[in-house]
Design a protein around this ligand. Structure first.
Ligand code: ADP
Ligand code: MG
Length: 452
């Protein structure tokens, strides 16, 4: 019976917190009470949470309008990566019945463990993730052959789960019978621990050892869990010796994963290791464009830049911001203007530094960086300790603001536009040959959240 599910109680308490977050977000009180609050969690498995809802209409509205909002709230908890399903009571009963009848077979219902959205074609590739992407594609072409194990690491929200599941989708699309197993390391640990008292360890071992592709997400959670690491080590060796593909993700490289059994570390290092870096501006823009196109949203470039410039941490936050923006504009029937966006995304935007780039802020930054007072920078002084920072400042003004040469000249002590042009050319040349200049420019731009 589903109401005896033991994870359910735990999820219910988490759900209460998620509800608070949802309520505080963008939803109207009426919608919240009518739709969200009436959804009742009734079943929690390794990878799915089922909510019961009272009628077809509510189910429809939730799926159409509030799914992302709910999913985002749940993703902030340890139940991220769980599929959320909203069911009517009789649908639920039918499902449980069917499930009971074919438990064994269900072990390999991998498709349901994989998020259908996480495919290669939905993954935007750029300098920060191209190696991991290329390696993932290669692994999916020839599982178990060339890159085994494949170890992928990088910070949270950068696309590890997405790439990993994309490999799973790709392998299954070529060979639907392939036994692809995706789970995060916590689920692996739980399953192992739960199998101990029941003497189902045999089944545990049998199950894992008959797999073709084993994907363990977020292996860092095994750190310190010695017995589970031991179980994993044996499973790993068994599969590895049979040339089965093993794919692992982690938030740290194998050498930084502590404490991790040395022999596991050695195993991981024998295969291919790829890291994913934070997305640069270009890829953030590309991702926003892709996501808004997928949702049939027509966001102007202004809004896309505003989001991309301000939300730099990771792709998950970028998506979260977009979802929130859209939900809020739909619910309040508002046009997405710049002001609306700034207001809607207050919490995303105020947490990052936001310095507008203009002549005055560049002057401030240059004065700070080179430790020259502003008055000198704006004066006629031409000693090198002043002239060089001033030239860099002029270059930045030309490059990153709309100011004209003559306006820049006026600002910096009344110089004519040929002087400014000369300064800019000089800095451009220096950037090619002089590391000091290069570093100065990129450090100063960092103050403006511009990455070079
Ligand atoms: P991680 O597992 O590294 O914490 P996820 O794979 O869960 O990160 O990614 C977080 C979200 O960002 C997911 O919804 C994912 O689809 C999306 N995402 C991450 N990287 C990209 C990318 N390069 N292109 C498109 N979507 C991405
Ligand atoms: Mg992940």
């Amino acid at each position: 019976m589903y109401n005896e599910n033991e994870n359910l109680e735990h999820f219910k308490s988490v759900w209460q917190k998620a509800l608070v977050a949802i309520k505080e977000s963008v939803i109207s009180e009426l919608s919240f009470n009518t739709y969200i609050k009436t959804a009742n969690p009734v079943y929690v498995s390794n990878n799915e949470i089922i909510f019961e809802v009272s009628n077809e209409f509510i189910k429809d509205i939730i799926n159409k309008k509030f799914y992302d909002l709910i999913k985002n709230a749940v993703d902030l908890t340890e139940y991220r990566n769980y599929k959320l399903t909203f069911c009517l009571k009789d649908e639920m009963e039918k499902r449980m019945e069917a499930e009971g009848q074919q438990q064994e077979a269900d072990d390999w219902e991998t498709q349901s463990m994989l998020n259908p959205k996480y495919t290669f074609d939905k993954f935007v590739v750029g300098p920060s993730n191209d190696l991991a992407y290329a390696a993932s594609v290669a692994v999916s072409q020839q599982p178990g052959k060339s890159y085994n194990p494949f170890f992928m690491y990088g910070g949270s929200g950068l696309g590890k789960t997405h790439l990993m599941q994309a490999i799973g989708h790709e392998i299954l699309s070529k060979d639907p019978k392939s036994k692809v197993m995706y789970l995060n390391s916590e689920a692996f640990a739980n399953e192992y621990i739960n199998s101990l008292p029941d003497r189902t360890i045999d089944k545990f071992i049998r199950k894992y050892r008959s797999i073709d592709v084993l994907m363990i997400d977020d292996i860092q959670f095994l750190a310190g869990k010695e017995r589970t690491q031991e179980a994993f080590f044996h499973t790993f060796n068994h599969l590895y010796n049979l040339n089965k593909q093993i794919i692992i993700s982690s938030d740290k490289s194998p050498k930084d994963l502590n404490p991790l059994e040395e022999r596991l570390r050695t195993r991981f290092e024998q295969g291919l290791i790829a890291d994913i870096q934070k997305p640069d501006l270009e890829i953030r823009i590309a991702i926003l464009r892709q996501k808004s196109a997928n949702e049939n949203l027509d966001l102007s470039d202004d809004i896309i830049y505003l989001l991309a410039n301000n939300i730099q941490s990771n792709v998950r936050d970028l998506e979260g911001a977009l979802t929130k923006l859209v939900a809020l504009s739909t619910l309040t029937n508002s046009v997405i203007t710049k002001e609306f966006t700034l207001d809607a995304l207050k919490e995303f935007i105020t947490t990052t530094k936001k310095v507008e780039i203009n002549e005055t802020t560049i002057l401030d930054a240059i004065s700070r960086y080179f430790d020259v007072d502003k008055k000198s920078l704006l004066s006629k002084k031409r000693t090198r300790d002043v002239a060089y920072p001033r030239q860099v400042a002029m270059y930045l003004c030309k490059q990153y603001t709309e100011s004209s040469l003559s306006s820049i000249g006026r600002f910096f002590g009344g110089r004519d536009h040929t002087t400014v042009m000369h300064a800019i050319d000089k800095v451009r040349n220096d950037l090619e040959s002089n590391l000091e200049t290069k570093k100065a420019v990129s450090d100063i731009l960092e103050d403006f959240n511009i990455t070079t």
